[in-house]
Design a protein around this ligand. Structure first.
Ligand code: NDP
Ligand code: MG
Ligand code: MG
Length: 339
C-alpha cells in the first residue's frame, strides 16, 4: 500500500529559511501564500503590472512585487497562475532570474509534462498539488487541519528536491492531512482524466441527460432538477464519507435494487470505451495540443461551447429554485474551481 507522508516526514525549515515567491494570487496562490506566511515563511507575491489581485494580496498583509523581482528575490518560485499563462511568464520573467539551486514549483504538472517550460539543469523542478480548491486549502489550514496533497519531483538538481516538496507541502498544511508521492506524468494525466471523464465533464453531462430525459417525457422541470441535480449532493457526501457501502446504508432498498440493475445500463462498456478514448487523447498529448491551440486562437470555440453549456434549460430552472432555498445563498461559491 502507498505511504502517506505526515508532518513527521517533513523538514519545513528547508523551505522556511529563504524567501518564497508566489506567482499569481488567485485560487491556489492566495491559499499557499497565506498558509506559508502563517507557517513562518517570508513570502513575496509576484504579479503583473495593473494586476487586479494585487490589492487583495496587500490587504492580506503580503509584499507584492513584479514577477521578475519576486523570482529574483526568492529561492523557491511557485508558479500559480493559470496553466496556459505559464510558458510566457516563465520564459520572460522567471527563467532569467533563477540561480543554480533554486526551485520552481507547480500545483499541476501540465506545463512541465508537456514541456511548455524547460527549467535549466541546475534548478529543482517540483510539484505540490492540493486535492481541493484554494479556499478549502486556506480554511482547513486555519482550523489546524489541511487538504491532502500530491507531491512529485521532475528534476533533482540539489539532491534535496524531494525534501523541498515535502517541506512546502507541510507548510501549506498538506502533510497534516496526508501527502502522497506521485510523478508529474501520473498527476497530470489522472487530474485531466478525472476532471474530464468524471468530475466536471462526466458529472454535468450525466445530470443534463437525466434532466432532459424526464423533461422530454413531460415531467415538470423543477421536479427533474431536484431528482437529477439537487439530490446528487446527498449521494456524493455519502460516497465521500464511506464509499458505496455507506450510500447503500442510507438509501432505500428499492434505490439499491434500481442502482444495481439500471446503473450498468447507463454507464456500460460503450461508456468505458469512450473513457478510454478520452484517456488516450490525454496520454498521447492530443488534448494538450488542442487546448494550447484553442488558447492561441483566442479561445473563440471555448467561449461558444461554454455559452452553449450554460444555456442548457437546467440552468434557468436551477437559478429560480436556488433563489428560493435560503440556506444555499451563503455557500454557493465554496466549491467553485475544484478541479
Ligand atoms: P487562478 O486563475 O485563480 O489564478 C489567477 C491569478 O493568476 C491572478 O492573481 C492573476 O493575476 C494571475 N494571472 C493570470 N494570468 C496571468 C498572467 N498572464 N501573468 C501574470 N499573472 C497572471 O489560478 P488557479 O489557482 O485556478 O490555478 C493555478 C494553478 O494551480 C494551475 O496550475 C492549476 O492547474 C493549479 N490547480 C488549481 C486548483 C484550483 O482549485 N483552482 C486545484 C489544484 C491545482 P491578475 O490579477 O493580474 O489577473
Ligand atoms: Mg451503482
Ligand atoms: Mg485540474
Amino acid at each position: 500500500t502507498i505511504k502517506v507522508y505526515t508532518d513527521e516526514d517533513a523538514n519545513p525549515d528547508l523551505v522556511r529559511g529563504k524567501p518564497v515567491a508566489i506567482i499569481g494570487y488567485g485560487s491556489q496562490g492566495r491559499a499557499h501564500a497565506m498558509n506559508l506566511k502563517d507557517s513562518g515563511c517570508e513570502v513575496i507575491v509576484g504579479l503583473r503590472d495593473g494586476s487586479s489581485t494585487a490589492a487583495k494580496a496587500r490587504a492580506d498583509g503580503l509584499t507584492v512585487m513584479p514577477v521578475a523581482e519576486a523570482a529574483k528575490a526568492a529561492s523557491l518560485v511557485a508558479l500559480l497562475t493559470p496553466d496556459m499563462s505559464h510558458e510566457a511568464i516563465f520564459a520572460s520573467e522567471i527563467a532569467p532570474n533563477l540561480e543554480q539551486g533554486d526551485a520552481i514549483l507547480v500545483a499541476h504538472g501540465f506545463t512541465v509534462l508537456y514541456e511548455r517550460i524547460q527549467p535549466a539543469a541546475g534548478i529543482d523542478v517540483i510539484l505540490v498539488a492540493p486535492k481541493g480548491p484554494g479556499d478549502l486549502v486556506r480554511r482547513e489550514y486555519e482550523r489546524g487541519a489541511g487538504v491532502p496533497c500530491l507531491f512529485a519531483v521532475r528534476q533533482d538538481a540539489t539532491g534535496e528536491a524531494r525534501d523541498r516538496a515535502l517541506a512546502y507541502a507541510s507548510l501549506i498544511g498538506g502533510t497534516t492531512a496526508g501527502a502522497l508521492e506521485t510523478s508529474f506524468r501520473e498527476e497530470t494525466e489522472t487530474d485531466l482524466f478525472g476532471e474530464q471523464a468524471v468530475l466536471c465533464g462526466g458529472a454535468t453531462e450525466l445530470v443534463a441527460a437525466g434532466f432532459d430525459t424526464l423533461v422530454n417525457a413531460g415531467y415538470q422541470p423543477e421536479i427533474a432538477y431536484y431528482e437529477c441535480l439537487h439530490e446528487l449532493k446527498l449521494i456524493v457526501d455519502l460516497l465521500y464519507e464511506g464509499g458505496f457501502e455507506k450510500m447503500h446504508e442510507f438509501v432505500s432498498e428499492t434505490a439499491i435494487y434500481g442502482d444495481l440493475v439500471s446503473g450498468p445500463r447507463v454507464i456500460n462498456d460503450e461508456t468505458r470505451a469512450r473513457m478510454k478514448d478520452v484517456l488516450t487523447d490525454i496520454q498521447d498529448g492530443t488534448f494538450a495540443r488542442n487546448w494550447i491551440a484553442e488558447n492561441e486562437a483566442g479561445k473563440k470555440k471555448y467561449d461558444e461551447m461554454q455559452a452553449a453549456d450554460l444555456s442548457h434549460p437546467i440552468e434557468a430552472t436551477g437559478k429560480e429554485l436556488r433563489g428560493l432555498m435560503a440556506w444555499l445563498q451563503s455557500d454557493e461559491k465554496t466549491s467553485r474551481e475544484a478541479a
